[in-house]
Design a protein around this ligand. Structure first.
Ligand SMILES: Nc1ncnc2c1ncn2[C@@H]1O[C@H](COP(=O)(O)OP(=O)(O)O)[C@@H](O)[C@H]1O
Ligand SMILES: [Mg+2]
Length: 224
């Protein structure tokens, strides 16, 4: 597995102005990499992650996943591509309010090939580790913000894509859960999962093998 980000630029245009969130970024990501991006808010971290994961199309430049060119793919091909390879933890929690915690977590698996008992058992273990077992049947609308974030994370973990994209996964989490998640990330990475994340949490960044700093849409420094 290899991801090539080649001269990628993203410019958001409105009627009156345009803003370049990512500016000519190139990057090579290989299987088993554990990359963290840090940098001030607005520096383009989330935009870059979205382009790597085939959620946003670059204005200029290309992203290749192996030999597959994301930049030209149709919306439906991209959706299939994301389902096949990626797990996403978004910056803001995403839950379906009317569904239970358990259904929120397992739902995407129903759209993935090869769901099996082992995956369900692993998911139950994660739910217990995150202290949500007693809330498995609670409607997501009744959860606190932090609990919703946990559900969003658990959904990505249970989905088990070969590449995990995590945008500030530890925001809104208590220190205990941060420690648990850090361990899980480390274990997954040892198992060969490629992790690409944005984080300000020192504990998580130290687990990463590569840490890039972003400023004004560019990667300005390699901190590690
Ligand atoms: N859809 C959009 N339309 C217009 N501007 C956007 C859009 N998405 C992001 N931006 C702008 O691009 C810049 C970078 O955003 P983002 O990638 O979310 O930064 P970060 O994740 O580093 O905080 C910000 O100034 C943001 O306002
Ligand atoms: Mg962001």
């Amino acid at each position: 597995m290899n991801i090539k980000v080649i001269g990628v630029t993203k410019t958001f245009k409105s009627l009156s102005n345009s803003f370049t969130a990512c500016d000519d970024i190139s990057l090579d990501i290989n299987k088993g990499d554990f990359i963290a991006f840090t940098g001030h808010t607005g520096s383009g971290k989330s935009t870059l992650l979205s382009m790597i994961g085939g959620i946003l199309s670059p204005t200029k430049g290309n992203v290749f996943y192996n030999s597959y060119k994301l930049s030209n793919a149709s919306e439906s091909d991209l959706a299939a591509f994301r389902r096949k390879y990626f797990s996403f933890i978004f910056q803001h929690p995403v839950v379906i309010p009317s569904m239970s915690v358990m259904d929120n977590i397992l739902m995407p698996l129903a759209f993935k090939d090869g769901i099996n008992e082992v995956m369900i058992e692993q998911t139950k273990k994660y739910i217990e580790l995150f202290g949500l077992k007693a809330k498995s049947n609670t409607r997501a609308s009744n959860l606190s913000g932090g609990e919703m974030k946990k559900v969003s994370i658990l959904r990505a973990l249970s989905y088990g894509g070969e590449v995990l994209i995590a945008d500030e996964p530890t925001n809104d989490l208590d220190p205990e859960t941060i420690a648990i998640l850090t361990d899980i990330f480390s274990t997954l990475n040892k198992m060969g999962v490629t992790i690409i994340m944005v984080t300000h949490a020192h504990a998580v960044a130290t687990q990463a093998r590569t840490v890039y700093e972003m400023k004004s849409g560019k990667i300005t420094r390699t901190l590690k």
